[in-house]
Design a protein around this ligand. Structure first.
Ligand SMILES: [Zn+2]
Length: 241
């Protein structure tokens, strides 16, 4: 660990420097981040000099320490447990070490802050996020129609037979197409006695299998809708004649 990364030392340096400048230190932490201004000053001494030169010579010193709970991801991660363990192994030496130090200077209702974050912590967050991104990609399905990746919200909730095969865009396109096919085919079926005379859905299915195999294969076409429309058309035409 190089000296720049050692926030433990930095915390002590801040305390010593503040004391030497007559600045009161309140050790605590920030709950709300309202009215907070983050100072661009790169050196804590420059920042504390500002405080020392003002009429409000007290600061809040917030030393945030790394702990085990950082290894628990917000998102559900199951498949990448190996990588999670690798990260744990790599960063467990930092448990209890400060990962961020914040100096808050309370001035006229504002909290003007100076922040220093450990480089190892920034890297830790990056590695953690990388796993979460990989995990998200795993949950994407590939659309059978257009080949685009899409998020299947059914995934994981129901059994695999319920998994969507096409993306929402292609699905609505397919549904619209199905509506047109239903209009067209029901028109034909209304003229076909053998179909109208079918006694039940099984017979109608046999009939369609033999005469309109594409209809049966198309999962977006509702058989009952097709039948109802064909019969309604038949009745409608019979009345008109
Ligand atoms: Zn698609």
């Amino acid at each position: 660990m190089d000296s720049e990364d050692n926030l433990e030392n930095l915390g002590n340096e801040i305390k010593d420097y503040a004391e030497s400048k007559g600045i009161k230190i309140i050790e605590g932490f920030f709950i709300k981040e309202t009215n907070q201004i983050i100072s661009k000053k790169e050196d804590f001494k420059e920042f504390l000099n500002l405080v020392a030169d003002s009429n409000s010579k007290s600061i809040i010193l917030d030393i945030k320490r790394f702990n085990e709970s950082f290894f628990e991801s917000e998102k559900e991660i199951k498949e990448n447990s190996d990588k999670i363990n690798q990260i744990k192994e790599k960063y467990k030496t930092y448990v209890e070490k400060p990962f961020q130090i914040r100096i808050g200077w309370l001035k006229e209702g504002f909290s003007i802050s100076f922040e220093e974050t450990a480089d190892w912590f920034v890297k830790f967050i990056e590695e953690q996020e990388e796993i979460e991104t990989i995990e998200q990609d795993d949950k994407l399905s590939v659309c059978e129609e257009c080949g685009e990746k899409f998020r299947d919200f059914k995934l994981g909730f129901l059994d695999s037979s319920e998994v969507e095969k096409v993306c929402p865009k292609c699905k609505s396109k397919k549904q619209k197409e199905a509506e047109e096919i239903i209009k067209e085919i029901s028109e034909k079926l209304s003229e076909e006695d053998a179909f109208i005379k079918c006694k039940n859905s099984f017979e109608r299915e046999f009939y369609l299998e033999r005469n309109y195999p594409d209809i049966i294969k198309n999962e977006f076409i509702s058989m009952s809708k097709l039948t109802q429309r064909a019969k309604a058309l038949r009745d409608f035409k019979a009345r008109k004649v």
